[in-house]
Design a protein around this ligand. Structure first.
Ligand SMILES: [Zn+2]
Length: 302
């Protein structure tokens, strides 16, 4: 059995995982107070959740072979090099945790974890050449060729969200302008929906899908069409670069399978003017593991 730790911008989850299945999961939403002294609080929260998980599951630490951590931001040498949303820079989370727990640990970027989960247990399982795109507050991802995830030596890499699709365009958090994620993340879509409806953007993704995306409203249809165009530009760049057999869209987009946008996107990608090669496009799928992908993928050793 393994322990997975999922560090999000707004919550921390600790789960007991066996063969890709979550046996027990404990979560805590991060308060403003938690975030104010994140370096020490993150350790306390993880240890508390870990104790609760193993106590409730009636296992002891000796039965745990490995702890895997999914973290936002850039990971380098098993450390958090930079996690802007959490305000962490050069933070050796593993060294801090190993003061209390003597187990092997590995930390990976959260989108890479979700990608691995999808490759081992989800919709990319049957394919060798795959692209995983995680669409949420930003856009992350990973690429697999010949069945192996491509992993650079230096940093996490594959920052698909920060390829520029509009030179001099919208300002991105990363400091550049016109990044893919400033146009095609779910957050960017949500902000545009809020703007045309003239409402605050503090609604949830689920609320938006269920109540706001009325495509009979021409304003909504226009935003959706633009979003699909921007998303397809980035996806088609990736198709031309990697020629994957399948592209899986995860993060919040996992919940768009029955939404008109998913159909619109597939049609746009299929257009001959969208891609370099005029043959059939790769399969486009939504992720199977949804919210669980990060914590399950954290426990896959690479
Ligand atoms: Zn950027």
């Amino acid at each position: 059995m393994r322990i997975g730790i999922d560090i999000g911008g707004s919550h921390i989850g600790v789960g007991l995982i066996n063969n890709g299945k979550i046996l027990n999961l404990k979560e805590k939403v991060l308060t403003r107070e938690d975030r104010s002294n994140i370096k020490s609080n993150i350790i306390t929260i993880i240890l508390e959740l870990l104790n609760q998980t193993i106590e409730e599951s009636k296992v002891n630490l000796k039965q745990i072979e490995f702890i895997g951590i999914a973290s936002p931001g850039t990971i380098s040498n098993n450390k958090i090099a930079q996690a802007t949303n959490l305000g962490l820079i050069n933070f050796d989370l593993i060294a801090e945790l190993q003061k209390y727990i003597n187990l092997p640990m590995q930390i990976k970027n959260d989108s890479k974890c979700a990608a691995l989960a999808e490759k081992y247990y989800g919709n990319m399982k049957k394919y060798d050449d795959c692209i995983f795109l995680c669409l949420g507050t930003g856009i992350g991802g990973a690429a697999f060729l010949n069945g192996e995830m491509l992993v650079p030596k230096k940093f996490s890499g594959f920052e698909f969200g920060h390829m520029v699709i509009n030179k001099g365009g919208r300002q991105c958090n990363c400091g550049k302008r016109g990044c893919f994620e400033t146009y095609a993340s779910i957050r960017a879509f949500k902000n545009k929906i809020a703007e045309v409806l003239d409402i605050d953007n503090d609604f949830s993704g689920q609320y938006m899908r269920e109540n706001l995306l009325d495509y009979n409203n021409p304003k909504i249809l226009e935003v959706a069409t633009q979003f699909v165009e921007d998303l397809s530009v980035g996806i088609c760049n990736l198709i031309d670069l990697f020629e994957p057999e399948i592209i899986v869209l995860g993060g919040s987009f996992s919940y768009y399978k029955d939404n008109k946008i998913y159909k619109m996107l597939k049609e746009k990608i299929a257009e001959k003017t969208s891609r370099f090669n005029k043959v059939e496009p790769p399969k486009i799928e939504v992720a199977k593991l949804k919210n669980e992908a990060g914590i399950v993928g954290a426990t896959i050793r690479i």
